[in-house]
Design a protein around this ligand. Structure first.
Ligand code: GTP
Length: 597
């Protein structure tokens, strides 16, 4: 295909502003997918994505569009994830295209992720076409939102396209704008092959599938290619384009986007951002490449039933095949037995992985409290990364501890600003900026990541009735006075409940956790003390009173079926419990104990 008949683009939007719905409409209107095969949210392949309505893995679709100028254009849409955890994948896939549609919900306006994502598009030198979605809603204010786009983002919005992705209104204008307003790709067909490895995933039939964008040269089925960073050589088995299902193609030239398979064993053998060239005629320079995404949140995953450990290991290994940003290593806990310490890009990523393990592999899991990665500077000058508070070295050997900090951007209607400032202040935040765009405030805070990973996002949503939006990036590590707090249940330390806290907040957190655990742990036949301690010093204490009556006593004497039912119910409940010495702790206690409210 000639370069000037190709347009490559992505869609940037805040979550729920309608990115997937618009993508569906573009696919539908151009007849890329036959009407009867059209499912909602075509691009969100995984069930969980569909269920939660979030897009996780970047994906791509090739659309053929007969434009008003009489020519047929090839439009390649690379779908990008919308959630903050996956910001890194957004920035990567944007390097593969020349333009972006900026979708803003005309009833909501610009939100934090709109900003974060559009800045990435600007960084990637994209031409940007603003699109105002949901104008069918009575609350839509396209003019106000146009103004806001200009004020807050600083791009011209006078030609913003009003649409309703839901009804299909305005979609033909979007297609025309893609052709007229976005630039064609550049590239040299006669140069040696240079292609960018945009993404890769594991397909159970085909093995590893690699998504590429050709910069220069031509790639053909049967070619022997070389990946410059990993130095690996492969022979192409299959070359295809995504419509969005795979359709074989003989070759891909400059500006084109497609996939290949080449008997690659695992996703880890491919490096996103790597340069692909021909084994025989290699390109002179490689593309700049990307740093691999680093896990920032760690937690332990343990099977509720220890007999399921092998099944859990198999499931984790399978998941990791398809997700290079997920890391794991075996862990043993005195309380929970054998399990895995797993690393994630953020909390959403953690939840998605945990859900998949529980649902697709049917394993009941105990998830321990998420923790960030601390830098422990030892007296002897060594720096250790701490992924698990339980591994905290002896304090007399430690010189100081550093924790990761983030720059958080929050956009919120004026009325809730006070609540947001209070929340950030409570979480040890330092205000960096506060500006207004109409009746919405934009606050920027420097916050410790450990105060955010857990329930910050939930709290923010609840104190602002869902009106705030949030985005963050990690800025670096800073020293602070951090201590390890242990929790003792019935005088036994429960390692899975220990956590790192700021010294000034330890007492408050300790008290809150003991109170929570008092509610979460059922009464036993004996009294159970619950204590929070730093080193040997107890800083908070609660006691669960002993159970006086037999549980079945309240079933009037002879009703055997009722009694049986109650016992059955207890047995089912047991499955979700974990035994610590003589005490049983319900599995959700490990997470809920940490929620602050
Ligand atoms: P993520 O995949 O989570 O990033 O969200 P998204 O931006 O892809 O949003 P999605 O397309 O899933 O749309 C979010 C919600 O808005 C869905 O319930 C859609 O049905 C609805 N929606 C999308 N476009 C329109 C529109 O034009 N009008 C109205 N009224 N609703 C819309």
């Amino acid at each position: 295909t000639e370069l000037d008949r190709i347009r490559n683009f992505s869609i940037v939007a805040h979550i729920d502003h309608g990115k997937s719905t618009l993508a569906d409409r573009l696919i539908q209107l151009t007849g890329t997918v036959a009407q009867r095969d059209m499912k909602e949210q075509m691009l969100d392949a995984m069930d969980i994505e569909r269920e939660r309505g979030i897009t996780i893995k970047a994906n791509s679709v090739r659309i053929e569009y007969p434009a008003k100028d009489g020519h047929t254009y090839i439009l390649n849409l690379i779908d990008t994830p919308g959630h903050v955890d996956f910001a890194y994948e957004v920035s990567r896939s944007m390097r593969a295209v020349e333009g972006s549609l900026l979708v803003v919900d005309a009833s909501q306006g610009v939100e934090a992720q709109t900003l974060a994502n559009v800045y990435q598009a600007i960084d990637a030198d994209h031409e940007i076409v603003p699109v105002l979605n949901k104008i069918d809603l009575p609350a839509a204010e396209p003019d106000r939102v146009k103004e806001q786009i200009e004020d807050v983002i600083g791009i011209d919005a006078s030609d913003a396209i009003p649409i309703s992705a839901k009804s299909g209104m305005g979609i033909p204008d979007v297609l025309e704008a893609i052709v007229q307003r976005l630039p064609a790709p550049k590239g040299d067909r006669d140069a040696p092959l240079k292609a960018m490895l945009v993404d890769s995933w594991y397909d159970s039939y085909l093995g590893v599938v690699v998504l590429i964008r050709v910069m220069d040269g031509v790639i053909r089925k049967g070619d022997t290619i070389r990946m410059i960073k990993t130095k690996a050589t492969y022979k192409l088995d299959k070359l295809a384009v995504l419509k969005p299902q795979m359709v074989d193609i003989a070759e891909l030239g400059p500006g084109e986007i497609g996939v290949f398979t080449a008997s690659i064993k695992q996703v880890r053998d491919t490096r996103v951002g790597d340069t692909i060239t021909h084994e025989r005629a290699q390109c002179a320079t490689a593309l700049p490449g990307f740093k691999p995404a680093q896990p920032v949140v760690f937690c332990g995953l343990f099977p509720v039933d220890s007999a399921e450990f092998d099944a859990l290991r198999d499931a984790i290994e399978k998941l990791a095949l398809n997700d290079a940003s997920f890391s794991y290593e075996m862990e043993t806990s005195a309380a929970l037995g054998f399990g895995f310490r797993c690393g994630f890009l953020g909390l959403l990523h953690l939840e998605v992985v945990r859900d998949r393990l529980e649902r697709e592999y049917d394993i009941d899991l105990i998830t321990t409290a998420p923790s960030v990665v601390y830098h422990i500077h030892m007296r002897d000058g060594e720096m250790r990364e701490l992924h698990n508070p339980a591994d905290m070295p002896d304090l007399t050997l430690v010189n100081h501890i550093e924790e990761p900090r983030i720059k958080a951007t929050i956009m919120v209607p004026d009325d809730y600003l006070g609540e947001v400032l209070k929340l950030c202040q409570d979480r040890r935040g330092i205000q960096l900026d506060l500006t207004y765009a109409g009746s919405r405030a934009m606050v920027v805070y420097d916050l410790p990541l450990n105060e955010v990973v857990f329930d910050f996002y939930d709290r923010l949503k609840s104190v602002t009735k869902g009106y705030a939006s949030f985005d963050y990036q990690i800025t670096g590590y800073r020293e602070d006075v951090l201590v390890k707090m242990s929790i003792l249940v019935n005088d036994e330390p429960v390692d899975a409940l220990s956590l790192m806290v700021h010294r000034d907040r330890a007492e408050m957190r300790g008290r809150a956790m003991c109170e929570k655990l008092k509610e979460l742990i059922p009464r036993h036949m004996f009294k159970i003390p619950i204590q929070a301690a730093i080193g040997g010093r107890v800083i908070a204490r609660e006691t669960i009173a002993a159970l006086r009556k037999d549980v079945t006593a309240k079933c009037y004497g002879g009703d055997v079926t009722r009694k049986k039912k109650l016992l059955e119910k207890q047995k089912a409940g047991k499955k979700k419990m974990r035994q610590f010495g003589k005490v049983e702790i319900p599995q959700q206690a490990f997470i809920n104990a940490l929620k602050m409210d």
